[in-house]
Design a protein around this ligand. Structure first.
Ligand SMILES: Nc1nc2c(c(=O)[nH]1)N[C@H]1C(S)=C(S)[C@@H](COP(=O)(O)O)O[C@H]1N2
Ligand SMILES: [Mo]
Length: 244
């Protein structure tokens, strides 16, 4: 593979935050996953009725039970409505500790070098989806033109769905199978899965896989994300942090 710039050293020189912690699982407080189920519902069907019904009916981790199977996906949100995607006006903002803050259009994003992979997806509450096909861009390729400063050591992902925010260290974000994805199973990301782009980090539980990414900021260090503030591990390694 191409040599990465000094600020991004993908596989060598991995810092300690990229190493799974040995700490014992913490108890999860009354963290509330608003769970809805896209199963069986097409995007067209994804209207007020289904949404209102499910968000009223389900709250709490224990309520995250699939009503209808949809390859096993359960759709999670923290806000009352899901962001909408307009290809003409949508921009991905890249800022923070960079020489060149940028705003990428949807077309510009997809013109970047593409990567694809097939990985299993795991939610910390115990459900998984096997063999998800993803297509998107690696963070090295996404961030190269923005020219991150040497003191930038983490990425902050701001979702268009407020107030969902999470972080990855650069070492984590540049692991071989981490990407910003715009395609799932051969089709553009559906609205409920985070259209137009979401983070994919298969080694970590779902809550690090931020949907509806609107802004990526280079920051000095990773901080606590949405679910981490509610008791989940900051480094959400599948099988080695406070999940199943
Ligand atoms: N913006 C946003 N991203 C999010 C979440 C969310 O509620 N809001 N939930 C996370 C969690 S906990 C999981 S398991 C996955 C679920 O992905 P899905 O909704 O596409 O099934 O999205 C993650 N990304
Ligand atoms: Mo999750």
């Amino acid at each position: 593979m191409a040599k990465a710039p000094k600020w991004l050293q993908p596989f060598g020189n991995v810092d300690e935050q990229a190493t799974p912690p040995e700490e014992s699982p913490r108890r999860i407080g009354r963290g509330v996953f608003l769970a809805t189920v896209a199963g069986g519902l097409t995007s067209l069907w994804w209207g007020k009725a289904a949404w209102g019904h499910v968000s009223n009916a389900l709250s709490g981790v224990e309520a995250a039970v699939p009503l209808v199977p949809n390859k096993g996906w359960r759709i999670y949100t923290v806000a009352a409505t899901m962001p909408t995607f307009d290809p003409a006006s949508w921009r991905l903002r890249i800022g923070g500790l960079v020489d060149h803050p940028m705003e990428l259009t949807y077309d510009e994003l997809r013109a970047l070098p593409q990567a694809s992979e097939v990985r299993d997806f795991h939610c910390v509450t115990g459900w998984s989806v096997d063999n998800v096909h993803w297509r998107g861009v690696r963070f090295q390729d996404l961030l190269a033109k923005a020219r991150p400063h040497p003191n930038a050591r983490a990425l902050q992902f701001v979702s268009a769905e407020e107030p969902y925010v999470d972080y990855l260290t650069l070492a984590q974000a540049t692991m071989p199978d981490v990407m910003l994805a715009w395609e799932m199973d051969g089709k553009p990301l559906l609205r409920e899965h985070g259209a137009p782009v979401r983070v994919v980090i298969p080694e970590m539980y779902g809550y690090k896989n931020v949907k509806w990414v609107a802004e990526i900021n280079l920051v000095p260090q990773a901080e606590l994300g949405y679910w981490e503030n509610l008791g989940y591990d900051e480094n959400a390694w599948v099988g080695r942090s406070n999940g199943y």
